[in-house]
Design a protein around this ligand. Structure first.
Ligand SMILES: [Fe+2]
Ligand SMILES: [Fe+2]
Length: 138
């Protein structure tokens, strides 16, 4: 695996993490109704968690000679809290799936440090997913 290929993998996830930050913030700001306060707090905290992931990935992009891709992808702007949670669950499911897939690729390429980082990211995203599913309660 070349450095360029590693940067490509890292930047894919970096953009997804930026999407998560913005989507969680959007959901915090847009939440309406009697559940606004706990949802606001949950979403804001989740957004800060994703910022830590951006930091990890961006530093690695630079370490492998690339430029961090700080592009913002489309985010969900559902006005309904349950729809917000469903959109966030979809985003986290995709994150767990893609990080897990890339753990195998990095392992096969002998990129053990990155593999361990990605394994920890899988764990974090799975935790977000578990919390979101409990919160949605469906
Ligand atoms: Fe993340
Ligand atoms: Fe997450």
């Amino acid at each position: 695996m070349t450095n360029e290929e590693i940067v490509e993998i890292l930047n894919y996830h970096l953009e997804e993490e930026i999407r998560a930050i913005l989507q969680y913030l959007q959901h915090a700001y847009m939440a309406r109704g009697v559940d606004r306060l706990p949802i606001y707090e949950f979403m804001e905290k989740a957004s800060i968690g994703e910022m830590k992931h951006v930091e990890i990935l961006a530093k690695k992009v630079v370490a492998f000679g690339g430029v961090p891709s700080m592009r913002a992808k489309n985010i969900d702007s559902s006005p309904d809290i349950k729809d917000m949670l469903r959109a966030d669950i979809a985003l986290e499911e995709e994150a767990v799936r893609k990080y897990s897939e890339d753990v195998a690729k990095l392992d096969a390429a002998g990129q053990i440090a990155l593999k361990v980082i990605f394994e920890n990211l899988v764990e974090d995203e799975q935790e977000h997913l578990d919390e979101l599913r409990i919160l949605l309660g469906e």
